[in-house]
Design a protein around this ligand. Structure first.
Ligand code: AMP
Ligand code: MG
Length: 487
């Protein structure tokens, strides 16, 4: 037995929902749990106290071999459109420990990923590879530090058991922290199961937990749709801001909280190409960089369909009202996207040719295969590596137009620059570095590079000498980067 309670304050409300929405079960113990990485900063923010707890004990806890007092482990049921096809899913390899209440009274889901079979595992093994769990840890922490809503990662434990994929791999378990795991797909499941009887309880629960301001609203379901739509627009704009490609925007991977979830085949784009896809199975570019807003809208339409019975008893009326909300997506997105891009370029106020100015730059980057992140660093004078591409005649002309534009509307150079610095990361987790970091972490269990990358992303301006390395581009021949689902 572990001597010490880590300070968990579990208060599990999801288990009270109708039992078709979840299954109660325990994680499958693992043979030789070994702690690989632990997020001390997050643990502190959660109010946990791990002083006097050994690494072995942490490994036991965060592998699920020793469950903390107060946890009630459950797998959640959900459905989802995967690449456009509707399927009944559920946590096939994840298990929620419970909802932890932080000192400032935030309710957070604590969940294992890779913890063994569940009733929703279908033909798969319920396990995850160490490599993919470390990847989720790394990228989710980078996304968080880039100021984007996301689930977070508390630890990764090596299981001491193999998982069979294309080859035998080390198994791993991630502990994920999320404001909840309620997805668009959870509502889709409630719509198609139990004669829709669970839709209202799920809705009431979700409103209470995430949108309490809507509790007394006369049109709460519609407002809920609108709120989720707004959050998703914010999220996608953030992804577009930093060149993040989620890679598998199935409806089960879209949270109603607006947090990024499920770091499978995601990656950051280097050379600007709106059609970029990294996922090995995304043959038609459904989840390409450019398509992300379109897919978000498509997913929200599926979400709206799930809410129709709650919006009005009259189905025609429901459709009409939901459609009105959905139709706002394009204008809202465009407005937010434009504001975001103007932030990246330090432009104040609105000018007639702003959009043209933005597209001219994007088109130039695309045509010349220029790095997205570094171009904005160049404009901020924050690029540590010289690159002759920025001596291109067309670009110099564009830069002159841009410079003139930044001076309009009472903007001073330093104000513009400040705005740009808030919007533009100096570093992103570049694919060639991520591969290198993960190779060291899994093959040699050497976490030095992973920690360095995380520390650079955390405080990008404090490591000027390291910036050169993190702003360096991959060699041309490593152009086709491939990522995988379900590893
Ligand atoms: P994902 O692509 O990670 O969102 O997973 C889609 C669905 O497949 C979810 O229901 C997962 O829980 C399930 N799943 C993925 N990998 C496994 C696995 N190794 N064992 C069981 N279920 C899995
Ligand atoms: Mg998923």
């Amino acid at each position: 037995m572990i001597k010490k309670d880590l300070g968990w304050r579990f208060e599990n409300s999801y288990v009270e929902l109708p039992n078709t929405l979840l299954s109660k079960l325990k994680p499958t113990p693992v043979k030789y749990p070994e702690l690989i990485i632990f997020n001390y900063e997050l643990s502190k923010a959660l109010g946990l106290d791990i002083s006097g707890v050994s690494e072995n004990e942490l490994a036991s806890i965060f592998s699920g071999n020793e469950l903390p007092t107060g946890s009630e482990t459950i797998a959640q049921a959900y459905a989802g459109h995967q690449f456009g096809h509707f399927t009944i899913l559920g946590d096939g390899r994840a298990l929620m420990l419970g909802e932890h209440i932080t000192k400032d009274n935030k309710r957070l889901d604590i969940q294992f990923k890779g913890s063994g079979l569940t009733p929703y595992s279908r033909n798969a093994d319920g396990r995850a590879s160490l490599d993919s769990m470390l990847r989720e840890y790394l990228i989710s922490e980078c996304v968080y530090n880039l100021g984007i809503p996301t689930t977070r990662s508390l630890s990764v434990v090596k299981t001491g058991e193999n998982v069979i994929r294309e080859t035998n791999l080390d198994g791993g378990i991630l502990t994920r922290v999320a404001s909840s795991h309620i997805r668009v797909g959870t509502f889709q499941f409630a719509l198609v199961s139990q004669n829709q009887q669970n839709l209202k309880p799920l809705f009431d629960y979700t409103i209470k937990r995430h949108y309490p301001n809507l509790i007394n609203s006369t049109s709460a379901p519609l407002k809920f749709l609108e709120n989720v739509l707004d959050k998703q627009i914010d999220l996608i704009c953030n992804w577009m801001r930093v060149g993040f490609i989620h890679g598998v925007m199935n409806t089960d991977n879209m949270t109603i909280s607006g947090e990024t979830i499920d770091y499978g085949p995601c990656a950051f784009m280097d050379r600007y190409d709106p059609n970029t896809v990294f996922s090995s199975i995304d043959n038609y570019g459904r989840y390409s960089f450019f398509n992300q807003p379109r897919i978000a809208k498509w997913n929200l339409e599926r979400f709206a369909e799930s809410l129709l019975p709650l919006i009005s008893k009259d189905s025609e009326k429901s459709i009409e009202k939901a459609t009105e909300v959905l139709e706002e997506f394009s204008d809202k997105y465009k407005k937010k996207w434009l504001t975001m891009m103007k932030g990246k370029l330090g432009l104040f106020g609105d000018e007639k040719h702003d959009e043209q100015l933005i597209f001219d730059l994007l088109n130039w980057m695309h045509k010349n295969e220029v790095d997205y992140t570094n171009t904005f660093c160049h404009l901020m004078n924050e690029l540590s590596n010289d690159n002759e591409v920025y001596r291109d005649k067309y670009f110099i002309e564009w830069r002159k137009k841009w410079k003139d534009r930044t001076e309009l509307n009472n903007a001073f150079a330093n104000k513009s620059l400040e705005m740009m610095k808030v919007s533009n990361p100096l570093v992103i987790p570049r694919n060639h570095l991520v591969e290198d970091v993960l190779k060291d972490a899994t093959k040699n269990q050497d976490l030095f590079k992973m920690r360095e990358l995380l520390s650079v992303v955390r405080k990008p301006r404090e490591h000027m000498n390291l910036l050169r390395k993190y702003q360096s581009l991959p060699k041309k021949e490593s152009k086709k980067y491939v990522t995988y689902c379900g590893t």
